[in-house]
Ligand binder design. Structure first.
Ligand code: AMP
Ligand code: GLY
Length: 421
């Protein structure tokens, strides 16, 4: 099988690595890819948002399967363009990707499917926001309705900060005139878990749950980010969690999308809060999570290519049960100074060979570029140091030995990823 991965971040690098070691996969291509992928995939300088160009690349190579990593190309209809060109594609249609692209739409689908989630008000102006904040009380949760790379959510006890975020989302002083919407939600307590469901639009195959660390600072302090680290497996989740999520969240959502005539085929990511009042969906994403993918895929023993191809061609019910390694994985994200508000880029980053040489460690590039033969930062999250070990403790110790080898001025990383798990 020949596979083309679309995207250039850490998630896509993790996909490329898992496909490259998959015996069912003969060739891996990536567009546009990143410098870290070059050893495992052939890179093609194609704009991931240009469906026509992506479809042309897929048919000219040719490949058997296109895997779309990030949400933006999905929402832009790149999967539709690839399928229209007759190539199997892992990734939902633009219409189905609205599950991630619009939080208001996701709420509507969850209500229709009976999926447990936080109560929410979809507000079109500041007066409605104020009423919703007062109805729920603190802590306040205010979300941008559209795509915001995990940074569009503010959770705060301060009513003024909640209102300020709502004004930003609604578009400034003209907010009261309406137009855009903002979502105000009930606060969910309890730990968060990410569960990925691979689906062909009918059958759902759940992957191993993982936990992401979303806040920038140790002890879950500071702003929300795209994710600062992750680990799997989660020894503390209740037995039967995966079955419960599949039965109460993933399958009902997939059925509801099919019933609407906009089947969801691809990766349905359920971000869940295990709250004191039961499991609730915090968010849906229409693609693999980043950095959870960096820890889930290294533990997958079955063929990733076969799984994604079966999902892309409506054949998941024929697939044998997935096999997992009895090990653990931990990934620690190294970010640029200034991330997430305004990341500084263009700084040299070194020590990667030494880091990758540490026991059980491999590196995943997320925001790097090569300038004049030198590796430099090109994004907020620069790379993820991932380690596999016999258990979470060993994987975590190994990952931090790797992190200690990376040299980047002003680097930010959390020192408590998977601590005590
Ligand atoms: P989202 O973009 O919806 O994934 O939200 C990003 C992060 O904000 C989540 O992972 C949570 O940590 C936090 N968050 C979102 N919604 C809620 C909620 N209703 N209650 C508590 N925390 C939330
Ligand atoms: N790790 C959170 C996300 O991918 O949205």
């Amino acid at each position: 099988m020949r596979v083309l991965v679309i995207g250039s971040g850490g998630r896509e690098h993790a996909l490329v690595l898992a496909l490259a070691r998959d015996l069912a996969v003969d060739e891996v291509h990536a567009a546009p890819g990143n410098p870290g992928m070059a050893a495992a995939a052939r890179l093609h300088p194609v704009d991931p948002l240009d469906g026509g160009r992506v479809a042309e690349l897929a048919t000219s190579l040719p490949v058997d399967l296109v895997v779309i990593g990030p949400e933006a190309p999905l929402v832009a209809g790149v999967a539709d363009a690839v399928r229209a060109a007759g190539v199997a594609c892992f990734g939902p249609s633009a219409e189905a990707a609205r599950l991630e692209g619009s939080k208001a739409f996701a709420k509507e689908v969850m209500a229709a499917a009976g999926v447990p989630t936080a109560m929410a008000h979809i507000c079109a102006g500041i007066p409605a926001v104020e009423a919703a904040l007062d109805a729920f009380g603190p802590p306040y949760v205010v979300k941008d309705d559209g795509l915001a790379a995990g940074k569009g959510v503010v959770v705060t006890d301060d009513r003024e900060s909640a209102l300020a975020h709502a004004r930003t989302c609604l578009g400034g002083p003209a907010a009261d005139a309406g137009g855009r919407t903002v979502v105000v939600e009930e606060f969910l307590d309890g730990p968060e878990v990410s569960v990925f469901g691979v689906t062909d639009g009918r059958t759902v195959v759940p992957l191993m749950p993982a936990q992401d660390f979303k806040r920038l600072g140790d002890g879950d302090t500071g702003p929300n980010t795209g994710g600062m680290g992750a680990y799997a497996p989660l020894s503390w989740v209740p037995d039967g969690l995966v079955a419960e999520v599949t039965d109460r969240v993933l399958r009902p959502t997939v059925s509801e999308m099919a019933r609407r005539g906009t089947p969801f085929a691809g990766l349905l990511y359920a971000g869940l809060a295990l709250s004191t009042r039961g499991m609730r969906v915090v968010e849906f994403n229409a693609r693999f999570g980043d950095p959870e993918t960096q820890v889930v895929l290294p533990l997958l023993e079955s063929s990733l290519g076969t799984l994604l191809y079966a999902a892309a061609t409506g054949r998941l019910d024929d697939l044998p049960a997935l096999r997992w390694r009895r090990e653990a994985a931990v990934t620690v994200v190294v970010a640029s100074p200034g991330y997430p508000e305004s990341a500084r880029t263009g700084d040299p980053v070194t020590g990667l060979d030494r880091a990758a040489g540490c026991d059980g460690v491999h590196l995943v590039h997320a925001g790097t570029a090569v300038h004049d033969g030198e590796l430099v930062t090109a994004g907020g999250r620069v790379l993820a140091v991932t380690a596999v070990g016999a258990d979470v403790g060993e994987a975590r110790a190994r990952a931090y030995v790797g992190v200690g080898q990376v040299r980047l001025d002003g680097a930010q990383y959390r020192s408590d990823i998977a601590a005590g798990r």
